[in-house]
Design a protein. Structure first.
Length: 402
């Protein structure tokens, strides 16, 4: 690779399944050789030589996820005009002393609800739209369970790009309104995100839309992985022992895995630090990853009749199912499912501690208790609950004990 004078550290895209590499300078979706998921690869050796982590630490916290610019798909990491931004990232990491005392662990909550549009989907949309615009995408199209549609509509509007969003008719009403408010085209389907995906695929074929479906473009992942960098930095570059993550399509989970791999290769992690064990938390009414994990299967199977109030977890057939399971094996993680009644109880309990989390995030509270009771989570371990969004986006999901 020709690297003289270049400030761009992105080398190419690499298939997570067959290892094939393709150019990152043109629009790419899935691996042309095998249909696998493409991952962005950077010249980590050159970053290690040229970018000490102290340089990252010296940047303004208010620059949000762009503080990690060298690890993002940018032509010139030093040029802020390239960023399509609404102020995403730089979210709080909150100690949970009441939970730590109860469980004998060191429990924290990272609150992604403070992002623009109220969820961590803003991270993926900021980076995904930035790259789509740079590569010359004309109309961005995606299916969504709700939050991704709101986020991509907002960032598309910010970038001046048209956006087409398909979502289930019973997706959170607020996210439907947001899509329209941001001027995107909203198509409602009687069905699930998988049905919305079929409608988008037709338009991609017929109209040449840029397919921004989960993992059908490589850059949403790059935005979401910044949660891992931020978390490491907030803990002084020492990763927590365990991260609990409410998993739908698995972008955030795979993002954590990728971020900690990159940070290890860069030598940015504290002496002797180990990557965190990653935990998939799903809703009992739609738990394809948990079922596959318990069966020790290599791939997930489509979940029939998916149903849960946690809209972001209503993903019956995640495209990245195989990769999610591989990440669980590689990080010595685990997977578990939570009943809707239990997550709605947790919603009220967290509320009484001043936190209105999304229902997806609320599922993490019964999950961490179960892992501790089973001994999987050990005494004194540092555990992070990754709350993916704000409860304000779901005014209709009531807690069971308000
Ligand atoms: C999308 C979403 C999830 C699931 O995220 P993935 O990265 O697709 O697994 C969880 N919670 C909320 C609030 C979401 O919007
Ligand atoms: Zn491949």
């Amino acid at each position: 690779m020709d690297s003289q004078q270049s400030t761009n550290y992105l080398i190419h895209l690499e298939c997570a399944d067959c290892g094939a590499t393709v150019s990152a300078e043109t629009i790419q979706h899935l691996c042309p050789a095998c249909g696998g998921i493409l991952l962005a690869r950077y010249d980590l050796a050159r970053i290690q030589a040229e970018v000490p982590r102290e340089r990252i630490a010296s940047r303004l916290w208010s620059d949000g996820l762009w503080r990690y610019a060298e690890l993002l798909p940018l032509d010139d990491p030093a040029d802020p005009m390239e960023h399509v931004t609404l102020g995403e990232g730089a979210t709080p990491l909150l100690a949970l002393p009441w939970l730590s005392a109860e469980l004998g662990v060191d429990a924290w909550l990272k609150d992604e609800g403070l992002n623009p549009t109220g969820s961590f989907k803003a991270r993926g949309a900021a980076v995904g739209v930035t790259r789509a615009k740079r590569l010359g995408a004309r109309t961005i199209a995606l299916p969504t369970a709700g939050n991704a549609g709101a986020a991509w509509a907002a960032y598309g509007a910010r970038a001046g790009l048209p956006v087409v969003v398909a979502m289930p008719r019973d997706a959170p009403a607020l996210t439907q309104r947001e899509v329209s408010l941001y001027g995107a085209r909203l198509h409602l389907v009687d069905g699930l995100i998988s049905d919305a995906g079929k409608w988008i695929a037709q338009g991609v074929q017929a109209e040449g839309w840029y397919d921004a479906s989960t993992f059908k473009e490589p850059y949403r992942l790059e935005g979401k992985k910044t949660m891992g960098y931020e978390l490491a930095e907030q803990f002084g570059w020492r990763p927590p022992d365990v991260i609990l993550y409410p998993t739908g399509g698995g972008v955030g989970l795979i993002g954590f895995w990728k971020a900690f791999q990159e940070m290890a290769a860069l030598g940015w992690l504290a002496e002797g630090a180990k990557p965190p064990r990653l935990v998939v938390v799903q809703a009992a009414g739609c738990a394809p990853v948990v079922r596959a994990w318990e069966a020790q299967a290599e791939a997930t199977e489509f979940w029939q009749g998916a149903q849960t109030v946690a809209a972001g977890l209503r993903v019956p057939g995640p495209l990245a199912g195989r990769l999610i399971l591989r990440v669980l094996r590689e990080t010595q993680g685990t997977a578990l499912a939570i009943e809707d009644d239990d997550l709605r109880r947790a919603l009220g309990e967290l509320g009484r501690h001043g936190l209105w989390v999304c229902p997806e995030g609320a599922a993490l509270l019964p999950a961490v208790r179960r892992l501790r009771n089973e001994g999987w989570l050990r005494e004194g371990e540092r555990v992070v609950l990754l709350n993916t969004g704000s409860g304000l986006v779901y005014p209709d999901v009531e807690s069971l004990n308000e």
